[in-house]
Design a protein around this ligand. Structure first.
Ligand code: GLP
Length: 242
């Protein structure tokens, strides 16, 4: 793993956007994996700037998002589908049919997950995947558990995650209790992974990701085994590293 530490989140975002730009420059029909949460928002702003400056063309790109709340339709303003439109897709030249997310209202979640995994495979897999990290070390919505799951699946969110994500909702009881998520194995198959983390609240999780044992109790620790992962941190998120 390559670790990059930045003084400001803006510098971090510029670097992560530059890595996405390099990927698309090398492969105009790249398959990009995107994440939600507050951390990647600045990176998306930088991608929009690069696009507006004529330096990044998304017309041939395909995207897959990591996860979606189960129970929320795409037009709900708390859905990750909505988040991606507002924060990125509405501002770049990606064709509407080239952005993919798990459906939060699929009646058969298992069939929806199989459809999604097959679609990723049919596009030749993900070239570059952006991931954030939860305070408990979750990636996408892969919560700490007894095993790394390969495929997309329905997951029960932990109390920790519901509390952490409740800041986006009016109250914790409005946070969906389940989500559909790519498996950690599916994320691991991406050819390049960019993990972004900012703030003191992520310092312990980043320490455990980099220096703890590789264990599904800390799902992000699987990245220790990945051949091309870049971890981009601000000083606060890096504060527990040696
Ligand atoms: C959610 C998402 C994760 C994200 C995490 C951290 O749980 N499913 O993909 O990494 O939030 O979000 P934030 O960047 O807001 O701390």
């Amino acid at each position: 793993m390559k670790i990059l530490i930045f003084d400001h989140s803006e510098a971090l975002a510029k670097q992560s956007a530059a890595l996405v730009q390099a990927c698309v420059a090398q492969k105009p029909n790249a398959v990009l994996g995107f994440a939600t949460g507050s951390t990647p928002v600045e990176t998306y702003q930088q991608l929009i700037k690069l696009h507006q400056a004529g330096q990044l063309d998304f017309s041939k790109v395909t995207t897959f998002n990591l996860d979606e709340y189960y129970g929320l339709p795409a037009d709900n303003d708390q859905s990750y589908s909505y988040f991606m439109r507002v924060n990125l897709f509405d501002h770049i030249n990606i064709p509407a049919g080239s952005t993919n997310l798990l459906s939060g209202i699929a009646p058969d979640p298992k069939a929806e997950c199989e459809r999604y995994d097959q679609l990723i495979e049919s596009h030749g897999g993900i070239d570059l995947q952006i991931v954030g990290i939860g305070k408990n070390g979750h990636i996408a919505f892969n919560e700490p558990s007894d095993e790394f799951l390969m495929h997309s699946h329905l997951v029960n969110l932990t109390e920790n995650t519901i509390q952490a994500n409740s800041r986006f909702f009016e109250s914790p009881d409005q946070v969906p209790t389940q989500a559909l998520t790519m498996g950690s194995g599916q994320i691991f198959k991406a050819r390049q992974i960019l993990m972004l983390a900012t703030g003191e609240g992520k310092a312990q999780a980043i320490h455990d990701t980099l220096h703890g044992p590789v264990t599904p109790r800390c799902p992000s620790s699987i990245l220790q085994l990945h051949p091309d992962t870049v971890i981009l941190l601000d000083r606060a998120a890096a504060s527990m590293l040696d």
